[in-house]
Ligand binder design. Structure first.
Ligand SMILES: [Mg+2]
Length: 180
C-alpha cells in the first residue's frame, strides 16, 4: 500500500480569496496576494492541497450549486499554476442539521479516504474558529490567518496566528522541517 500523503486543508473565503458577503459570482473572486506562491511551495514540499468550505448561501437560497461551481472554476483559474488536489463544500444553512458543515471533520475524512491522505501529518488553515475547531477535531495542526474574519477569531486556540496565507505556508514548512 502506498504511503499516505500529508495535506494542507484550506478554508476558501477570507483565506484563499478575499472575503465578500456570500461570493456567488466569478467576478467577485480575488485571490489573496501570495496565495499561488504559498500553494506552490507547499505542493513542492509534498503536501496535497484541499479546499474545505462551508457555503451556507446555497442552503439559504442566496445562490445555487451551479453558481458555486462557476466561482470554484474562477478560483482554480486565478490560482494557476498552483493545482489543488480536491475541493469539498457543504451547502447547509446553519439552522439545519448537517453532519458535514465545519467544525465537523466529515469533509476532511472524506478527502482522506478519497485521496489517501494522512490526517495526523496534515494542517488546517482558516480565518474562523469553526475552521480551527474542525482541524483540531480531526487531530490536525492549525493556523489562523488574520485575513477575512481572522482578526475576530484570534482566541480560537490555533497553533499559530499569522497575517495571511503566505505566512501560513512558511510556518508550516518551518515546522515540518523542524520535525524531520
Ligand atoms: Mg472563511
Amino acid at each position: 500500500m502506498p504511503a499516505e500523503q500529508p495535506a494542507v486543508f484550506f478554508d476558501r473565503d477570507g483565506t484563499l480569496i478575499e472575503e465578500v458577503h456570500y461570493c456567488s459570482d466569478p467576478s467577485q473572486v480575488r485571490v489573496i496576494p501570495g496565495a499561488t506562491e504559498a500553494l506552490l511551495k507547499l505542493a513542492e514540499a509534498g503536501f496535497a492541497l484541499v479546499i474545505v468550505t462551508n457555503q451556507s448561501g446555497i442552503g439559504r437560497g442566496y445562490f445555487t450549486h451551479d453558481d458555486y461551481n462557476r466561482v470554484h472554476e474562477e478560483v482554480l483559474w486565478q490560482l494557476k499554476p498552483a493545482v489543488l488536489t480536491a475541493a469539498y463544500y457543504d451547502e447547509s444553512a446553519p439552522d439545519r442539521p448537517s453532519a458535514r458543515r465545519k467544525p465537523s471533520t466529515a469533509m476532511l475524512e472524506e478527502a482522506a479516504r478519497e485521496h489517501g491522505l494522512d490526517l495526523s501529518r496534515s494542517w488546517m488553515v482558516g480565518d474562523k474558529t469553526s475552521d480551527i475547531e474542525c482541524g483540531r477535531n480531526a487531530g490536525l495542526r492549525t493556523v489562523l490567518v488574520e485575513t477575512g474574519h481572522g482578526k475576530d477569531h484570534l482566541g480560537c486556540g490555533a497553533d499559530a496566528v499569522v497575517p495571511d496565507i503566505g505566512f501560513a505556508a512558511d510556518f508550516i514548512l518551518q515546522e515540518t522541517a523542524c520535525a524531520k
